[in-house]
Design a protein around this ligand. Structure first.
Ligand code: CAA
Ligand code: NAD
Length: 283
C-alpha cells in the first residue's frame, strides 16, 4: 500500500505544500509546473518553508536537505509516467482540470495508479469522467498551509472504489494527516460551510456595514479563529474564492451562493490577496 513515487501537477501554494510534506515523509516527488520560472518559484517556496521549519526546530538541517533532494521539478507532464499516485493542484477551473485528467489518464502508465484532485469544490466525478479509470479517481483535499494543517478531506465519487479510498487514506497516514470522508457534492464538507461564511463577510464589507478590521477582529477575538474571514480570503486567494463560489452557485442554483460584485471586481483588478500583494489588505 505504501506510496514511493508521487506526482503533483501545479506547484503553487497547495502543490508546493503537498510536495514538501510528501518529500519530508520519504516519498520521491515529481512536481510538474506550467513554465520553468514558475517551477523555480515553487522550489524556492518549498526551500523557504523548510528554512522556517529548521529555524523553529521542527526539522533538522539534514532532514530538510534530504527532503529537498527527494523533490524533482519539471515542465514535462511525461515525467509522471511512472507515478503510483498523482495529485492535481492546478488552478480551480473545471475546463483546465478536465483537460488535464484526460491527459494524465494516458500519461500515467500503471492502470492501477490513482489520479487525485486537490480541488476545493469541483465534484470529483466530473474529473473522473474524463478518464478510463473512474474507480481510481478521488478527491484529496488538503488545507493551506499544508505543512501546518492537520486535515485531509477525502472525496469519494459515485464511481470511486473502496480500495481507492483505502489507498488514499493510507497515503494520508504516510503524510501524518487526519482524514475525513465526504460524498461528492460541490464544496464537500468543509468548503460548503467555510466559503459561504467568508463570502458573507465580503458582502458585509461591501455593504459598508463594518470595516474589514472590525469584521476580522470580531471573529478572531470573539470566536477564537486564527484569522478573520477577510484575512483568510486573502490567504486562500480571491481568484480561488470566486471560482469556488461559482461552483457552489452552479451546483445549488440558490442566490445565497451568488458571488458579490466586489469579489468579482477585485479578481478583475488582479487584487488576489497575498499572492499578488494586495486584497482586502496590503502585504
Ligand atoms: N513545517 C513544519 N511546521 C511549520 C512549517 C513547516 N514548513 N511552517 C510553519 N510551521 C509551524 C510553525 O513552527 C508554528 O509552530 P509553533 O506554533 O509550534 O511554533 C506553526 O506552524 C505556525 O506557524 P507560524 O508561527 O509561522 O504562523 P502563525 O502562528 O502566524 O499562523 C497560520 C499561521 C497557521 C496560517 C494561522 O494563521 C492559521 O491557522 N490560519 C488559518 C488557516 C486556515 O484556516 N486554513 C484553511 C484555509 S481553507 C482551505 O485551505 C481549503 C480551501 O479549499 C480553500
Ligand atoms: P495557485 O494559483 O497558488 O497555484 C496553481 C498553480 O498551478 C500555478 O503555479 C500554475 O502555474 C499551475 N498550473 C496551472 N495550470 C497548470 C498546468 N496545466 N500544468 C501544470 N501547472 C499548472 O493555486 P493554489 O492555491 O495552489 O490552488 C490549487 C488548487 O488547490 C485549486 O484547485 C484550489 O481550489 C485548491 N485549494 C486551494 C487552497 C487554498 O487555500 N489556496 C486550499 C485547498 C485547495
Amino acid at each position: 500500500m505504501t506510496i514511493e513515487r508521487l506526482g503533483i501537477v501545479g506547484g503553487g501554494q497547495m502543490g508546493a505544500g503537498i510536495g514538501e510534506v510528501a518529500a519530508k515523509a520519504g516519498i520521491d516527488v515529481v512536481i510538474v509546473e506550467a513554465a520553468a520560472e514558475i517551477a523555480e518559484k515553487s522550489q524556492g517556496r518549498i526551500s523557504a518553508s523548510l528554512e522556517k521549519a529548521v529555524s523553529r526546530e521542527k526539522i533538522s538541517r539534514a532532514d530538510a536537505d534530504a527532503t529537498l533532494a527527494r523533490l524533482q521539478f519539471s515542465t514535462e507532464p511525461g515525467e509522471l509516467a511512472d507515478r503510483q499516485f498523482v495529485i492535481e493542484a492546478i488552478v480551480e477551473n473545471l475546463a483546465l482540470k478536465e483537460d488535464l485528467f484526460a491527459k494524465l489518464d494516458s500519461i500515467v502508465t500503471d492502470p492501477d495508479a490513482i489520479l487525485a484532485s486537490n480541488t476545493s469544490s469541483i465534484p470529483i466525478i466530473k474529473l473522473a469522467a474524463q478518464t478510463n479509470r473512474p474507480d481510481k479517481v478521488i478527491g484529496t483535499h488538503f488545507f493551506n498551509p499544508v505543512p501546518v494543517m492537520a486535515l485531509l478531506e477525502l472525496v469519494q465519487s459515485l464511481k470511486t472504489s473502496e480500495e481507492t479510498v483505502e489507498r488514499a487514506r493510507s497515503l494520508g497516514e504516510q503524510l501524518g494527516k487526519q482524514m475525513i470522508l465526504s460524498k461528492d457534492r460541490a464544496g464537500f464538507i468543509v468548503n460548503y460551510l467555510l466559503v459561504p461564511y467568508i463570502v458573507n463577510a465580503i458582502k458585509m464589507f461591501e455593504e459598508g456595514f463594518a470595516s474589514a478590521e472590525d469584521i476580522d477582529n470580531g471573529m478572531k477575538l470573539g470566536a477564537n479563529h486564527p484569522m478573520g474571514p477577510l484575512e483568510l480570503a486573502d490567504f486562500i486567494g480571491l481568484d480561488t474564492m470566486l471560482f469556488v463560489q461559482e461552483v457552489l452557485y452552479a451546483e445549488f442554483a440558490d442566490p445565497f451562493y451568488a458571488a458579490p460584485p466586489l469579489l468579482r471586481r477585485m479578481v478583475d483588478a488582479g487584487l488576489l490577496g497575498r499572492k499578488t500583494g494586495e486584497g482586502f489588505y496590503r502585504y
